[in-house]
Design a protein around this ligand. Sequence first.
Ligand SMILES: NC(=O)c1ccc[n+]([C@@H]2O[C@H](COP(=O)([O-])OP(=O)(O)OC[C@H]3O[C@@H](n4cnc5c(N)ncnc54)[C@H](O)[C@@H]3O)[C@@H](O)[C@H]2O)c1
Ligand SMILES: [Fe+2]
Length: 436
Amino acid sequence: MPCCHADFAAVEGSDRGFTVGMPTFTFGPGVLAEAGDNAAELGLKRVALFTDRTLASGEHVAKVKASLAAAHVDCVVYDEVVIEPTDKSLQEAARFARESNVDGYVSVGGGSVMDTCKAANLYVSQPAEFMTYVNAPIGAGQRVPGPVKPHIACPTTSGTGSETTGISIFTLTSMNAKTGIISRRLIPTIALVDPDVTRSLPANVVASTGFDCMSHALESITARLYPRRLNPAQGIRRPVSQGANAFSDALATQALSSVGQYLVRAVKDASDTEARTEMMYAAMLAGIAFNAAGCHLPHGLSYAVSGLIRDWHVDGYPEGKTLIPHGMSVVLNNPSVWRHTAFAHPERHLRCARALGGATDGATHADAGEVLAGRIIELMRAAGMPNGLTALGFGEAQIDALATGAEPQYRVIKNAPIDVDRDVIKRLFRAALRYW
Ligand SMILES: NC(=O)c1ccc[n+]([C@@H]2O[C@H](COP(=O)([O-])OP(=O)(O)OC[C@H]3O[C@@H](n4cnc5c(N)ncnc54)[C@H](O)[C@@H]3O)[C@@H](O)[C@H]2O)c1
Ligand SMILES: [Fe+2]
């Protein structure tokens, strides 16, 4: 029984339960063509289809539109989604949705599209001033008071798992900080996870999103254990992300073994259908896991990196805009974090290394951080990731600014298995400057 597992033994005053939210999902090649029937089954007559400009004229959106038409569901398209959305872009999307007078939503795209769609749905269904639902302390962090409209999420990248989560992430431009909105009500109603979409994914997007998936799984397993979480709310006020638990452990471990086996193959060969399909499935599993367990240091630190990056562009992402892909900013802090946190739960870190295919034979607890970091560095090199933050133009002179950039992320960072202060954060960034 998971509740009797030694790691999850109750402590004084701790929560005795954990709640896992997820959509009804369908996984398999060709399932995008089921969008119309699902929408009709939900009773939808007219939907807003959210996508981005690159995808709008492509085959995946065409397939979903055809399926909606065949099911006699009207559809208005919004293709102005901003890659790595901002507060402004979310509000523009909400304005479109409000004026379109729809009874449901369909998103076809990566995390940027699905997150934008969740926010538009929220602000039309439960109108409020924008900062009302944004995570505290940046926003007011108020609970979403009622339901949102049905949302069918169709991911086209293999990493964020956003099709399964109650999370919408964006950059708050005035603070140059990434933050988000979290509520079980934002979990899509239905996820149609079709690995055929990965055929058109550029290698760099497969690599970055694959490392995002890897980090979701690693952070789920190494997060503060749920009986020891700092937010003690229980019952219906139990937070969406509650700390490591038996269910997220199982899903995240399975996702890690897929990442270890298939990520590099999926990056290197677009025709490797097996590898790309396995990565699509792993991303979904890791999404369910981290939604329930929560992320911590690698994501918290990544937001400082993405806020401070200058003059950086990666092929496969929109031209003419400085942008570090989310998964790339996340993986760059990974080896540094695991070397530092392993002492808190060496068994858990070794389990992660083993699942990823690391050399754990004969490894002791003292080796856990190094073995896990070493395996991740191997994967980073094989998948063409930059060699630490130095490769992005950061150096000792930026460590202070990076630590300041991480400060708004303490809500996420506190889910780490160790206590973290500014000195620890500076040490982690310093150790992430160069890996090989
Ligand atoms: N809500 C969550 O739970 C969650 C989790 C992790 C990350 N995120 C957020 O998701 C965003 C990143 O999303 P992402 O990594 O999926 O990428 P993305 O949506 O930003 O898209 C990246 C690029 O890939 C292109 N693309 C997408 N699918 C394609 C396909 N099938 N073929 C060809 N090109 C394709 C897009 O047009 C874009 O240029 C970030 O804002 C991140 O913070 C959210
Ligand atoms: Fe992520």
